[in-house]
Design a protein around this ligand. Structure first.
Ligand SMILES: [Fe+2]
Ligand SMILES: [Fe+2]
Length: 263
């Protein structure tokens, strides 16, 4: 059995501080074997830097995934070079830096395969390929029995695309976890063929914001054809959203549980 803590998109300094403050206690209480988080917003909301990634690893994060915002800072070259335990979306073109899947060696417990797929709907990512077929192609290249678990992150805007993806790969992977909207959903469950599923894990970032952006800026963005540059909300309460998954095989899980806290 592998107990995974998967943390939603960590946003800027408020998000990194919340990880620092909460991770030791959650790891001990939940007997966590491995901590995974999405780092696409870890540097002031926009992309990630070597510095922010090193900081999160220092706090106890073992492995990281990246969504559509990873390309926003030139550090992606270093972060996806293979020197860091970070993956990018599988369905980006093969000639881009990085890989869409990675292994975590858990010693006696075996290897955990982590895959990130970017959704198609409303994402404005013109270079990605259709996620279902791209994922199937990868599944044909691997032998599930080589792994103690297979965790898939579906980084997408559309709830219907995420639930469809979960049901399609139910019984083929241990878990399908949605990210990207930064809003946690309450639909965590084991699907009929025992894969764990949630439409969106949520985020770690400023609660009274949109995504992580200061509300005054978002108001202007909604009301005027011009708006100031996005700034992160650094004041006020911070939300911490994650899930704990008990993985009992490469194509199944035993449980999935939400952790949603406000600091
Ligand atoms: Fe994000
Ligand atoms: Fe995203």
């Amino acid at each position: 059995m592998i107990r995974v803590l998967f943390i939603g998109d960590v946003c800027g300094k408020p998000g990194r501080r919340a990880v620092r403050d909460l991770l030791p206690e959650i790891k001990a209480k939940e007997k966590i074997d491995v901590v995974i988080t999405n780092i696409e917003n870890s540097a002031h909301g926009r992309g990630a830097t070597v510095e922010t990634v090193n900081e999160l690893m220092y706090y106890g994060v073992d492995f990281m995934t990246a969504g559509n915002h990873i390309w926003r800072r030139p550090d992606f070259h270093d972060l996806l070079s293979g020197d860091f335990p970070i993956i990018r979306g599988l369905n980006y073109p093969d000639d881009l830096p990085g890989k869409g899947f990675g292994e975590i060696d858990l010693g006696k417990k075996g290897k955990l395969l982590v895959i990130t797929v970017i959704g198609y709907g409303f994402m404005n990512e013109r270079t990605i390929s259709e996620p279902f077929r791209r994922m199937e192609q990868l599944m044909k290249q691997i032998n599930p029995d080589d792994y103690a678990g297979i965790l898939t992150e579906m980084h997408a805007e559309s709830t219907s695309e995420k639930v469809s993806f979960g049901l399609y790969f139910d019984g083929k992977v241990s878990a399908v976890l949605g990210t990207h909207t930064h809003i946690p959903t309450a639909d965590e469950r084991l699907l009929p063929s025992h894969s764990a599923y949630i439409t969106d894990v949520g985020m770690v970032g400023p609660l009274d914001s949109s995504l992580w952006v200061k509300k005054e800026i978002v108001f202007q963005q909604n009301m005027y054809p011009y708006s100031p540059r996005y700034e992160i909300e650094e004041e006020g309460p911070v939300r911490f959203d994650a899930v704990v998954i008990e993985i009992d095989g490469p194509t199944s899980a035993k449980s999935i549980k939400r952790i949603n806290k406000t600091l």
